[in-house]
Design a protein around this ligand. Structure first.
Ligand code: SAM
Length: 279
């Protein structure tokens, strides 16, 4: 009696707009597998029709993932190979796929990925903001409390931040971010790889004004610069005191002069204030 080998799970990225972005490996994999697990079978059927591929589709929702995941896993353990796709972009990135990947991993199934478009990194590359280090935040919670708690935590984040947003929630998100972060630089990309693709680079307050004039349409990615590290001062305190005195002589109050020099030099405000009033 021959032992049946388990099948494989392929995580297959699909286009985020332009169908031309499907990769050769993705097409080949969709052709070769035994069945395709899709977030929304109607969306995936359109892609398969475009590619002239006929294949059994099973649906795989985020909310019923345990049950549908187990069915998929059983088929894979019985030797079938499965391609998992979502409506757009990389599975598991603000999309379902994480649970089935973990379940397959735990069951010893071989998992591989056919990488491809992802709106987050595509918008980051276009932003012109520092891309050496970044954090992906996905969608902000719409629940008031957790939303504000998250924004509060992110105030001190120094890396560039990536958010996804739906058009009807964009204005609220921009307002909340402006309140939490101050007037930071932001790059907003919409309809990436599609006919009306657009990337605008401005500050959060400029973005608010812009979208008040032209209401948001399409799918959005927001790339926001992290907070700037306060400079570590190398300036001797006596020099900082002299600078402060010059500002006072030119008409600034002691408090404002200390604040200005502290911001310019990185000298601690308290240390500088105490040194100035001692003189
Ligand atoms: N898995 C996808 C990926 O790899 O990018 C993300 C899926 S998530 C459910 C959908 C969100 O991604 C949208 O609300 C939008 O924020 C962003 N997105 C997807 N396609 C986009 C596009 N063509 N242009 C701009 N943003 C897009």
């Amino acid at each position: 009696m021959s032992m049946q080998m388990p099948g494989m799970l392929y995580l297959v990225a699909t286009p985020i707009g332009n169908l031309g972005d499907i990769s050769l490996r993705a097409i080949e994999t969709l052709r070769q597998v035994d069945f395709i697990a899709a977030e929304d079978t109607r969306v995936t059927l359109k892609l398969l029709n475009f590619l002239e591929i006929k294949k059994q589709l099973v649906s795989f929702h985020e909310h019923s993932s345990r049950e549908s995941g187990e069915k998929i896993l059983t088929r894979i353990l019985n030797g079938e190979s499965c391609a998992l796709v979502t409506d757009a972009g990389m599975p598991c990135i603000s999309d379902p796929g994480e649970d089935i990947t973990r379940m397959c991993g735990e069951a010893g199934v071989t998992i591989t990925v056919i990488p491809g478009p992802c709106a987050a990194v595509t918008a980051l590359a276009l932003s012109g903001l520092p891309s050496g280090r970044f954090v992906f935040e996905g969608f902000l919670s719409t629940a008031r409390k957790s939303r504000f708690e998250r924004l509060e935590e992110l105030k001190t984040e120094e890396r560039t931040m990536i958010f996804y947003e739906a058009p009807h929630k964009l204005m609220r998100t921009l307002h909340d971010m402006l309140n939490a972060f101050g007037d930071r630089r932001v790059s907003i990309s919409r309809e990436l790889t599609k006919l009306f693709e657009e990337t605008r680079r401005f500050t959060l307050s400029e973005a608010v004004s812009h979208f008040e004039e032209s209401p948001p349409r399409g799918e959005f990615v927001l790339i926001i610069e992290g907070t700037q590290k306060s400079p570590v001062s190398t300036l001797p305190i006596n020099d900082a005191v002299s600078m402060t005195k010059k500002y006072i002589e030119s008409g600034l109050s002691v408090k404002d002069a200390v604040k200005t020099v502290a911001e310019q030099t990185g000298v601690s405000k308290n240390t500088l204030y105490n040194a100035v009033i001692k003189e």
